[in-house]
Write a protein that binds this ligand. Structure first.
Ligand SMILES: NC(=O)c1ccc[n+]([C@@H]2O[C@H](COP(=O)([O-])OP(=O)(O)OC[C@H]3O[C@@H](n4cnc5c(N)ncnc54)[C@H](O)[C@@H]3O)[C@@H](O)[C@H]2O)c1
Length: 259
């Protein structure tokens, strides 16, 4: 069986991706900074999953984790990520750096190791998890938006460099997802309803919605898709004009072709 590595797979979206990868027939390496969480998810999947504590922001930790894999991964999902909320004027250098270290540098470190191994055996697929905040700024998101925007361009860079060597690289940009790091936000019913009302499909997304998109990009069905960012947000980022008022009296604007 082919091997899939999923980072940050101990909870939320990453755990759903790990389960979907196992259902798709992969052996799954469940990597997370939280060793207990990784073990729980791997145990829930069964014999074809292994758990390991990995800090994606540490080159040493990442290299060690790849060195003990039984084979090069056919699929890597760069899912681990963190957020430190707050306005930029109050953001500490430490918070700025840790978000960049995990989200952006971590994605680079893990991808570099994976791609070298994939290239050595003829290819593979990488899917990066960015965010709608990578295409649209959000209040109090601190360094998070910058890292997610950079992951989108890093996806293009990797696709350009590694595509010719057999490695397809794409990204999934989740919208408002009722899972993982956003669960405390949606526990507030008023916030939940306000946020939902901004989504053209009228609902929050689930971890399953994101896992499905990841598995599509990883699959042979997407064999000619490379360097793309698939926004999975129920239309949220296309909703700037949602609810715009227009006077009843104005039915058309511009030149009347009948006159
Ligand atoms: N939940 C959402 O609404 C949402 C929306 C858009 C994008 N995302 C992205 O989806 C991904 C998963 O988020 P989630 O909501 O499931 O959050 P989560 O907090 O439940 O999961 C993130 C996982 O990453 C792990 N992690 C953190 N730092 C790590 C490190 N240095 N090395 C290895 N693992 C580390 C955590 O232990 C955790 O298990 C993130 O990249 C996040 O930015 C989430």
């Amino acid at each position: 069986m082919a091997l899939a590595v999923v980072t940050g797979a101990g909870s939320g979206i990453g755990a759903a991706i790990a389960h979907h990868a196992a259902k798709a027939g992969y052996d799954v390496a469940v990597w997370d900074l939280d060793a207990d969480a990784a073990s729980r998810v791997a145990a829930g999947i069964g014999d074809n999953a292994t758990a390991r504590q990995v800090n994606i922001a540490s080159a040493e930790s990442v290299t060690q984790a790849f060195d003990v894999l039984p084979e090069p991964p056919a699929l890597l999902v760069n899912n681990a990520g963190i957020v430190r909320f707050g306005p930029l004027l109050e953001l500490s250098e430490a918070d700025w750096r840790v978000v960049l270290d995990v989200n952006l540098t971590g994605t680079f470190l893990v991808s570099r190791e994976a791609a070298a191994r994939m290239i050595a055996v003829g290819g593979g697929s990488i899917v990066n998890i960015s965010s709608v905040n990578g295409v649209s700024a959000a209040p109090n998101a601190g360094a998070y938006t910058s890292t997610k925007g950079a992951i989108n361009t890093l996806t293009e860079q990797m696709a350009l460099e590694w595509g010719p060597l057999g490695v397809r690289v794409n990204a999934v940009a989740p919208g408002l997802i009722d899972a993982g790091m956003s669960e405390p936000i949606y526990a507030d019913p008023q916030v939940r309803s306000l946020r939902q009302s901004r989504v053209p499909l009228g609902t929050l997304g689930s971890a399953e919605d994101i896992a499905g998109a990841v598995m599509f990009l990883a699959s042979d069905t997407a064999g000619y898709v490379n360097g793309q960012v698939l926004i999975v947000d129920g239309g949220l980022t296309k909703s700037a004009m949602l609810g715009l008022a227009r006077p009843q009296s104005v039915d058309s604007v511009g030149v009347d072709e009948d006159s």
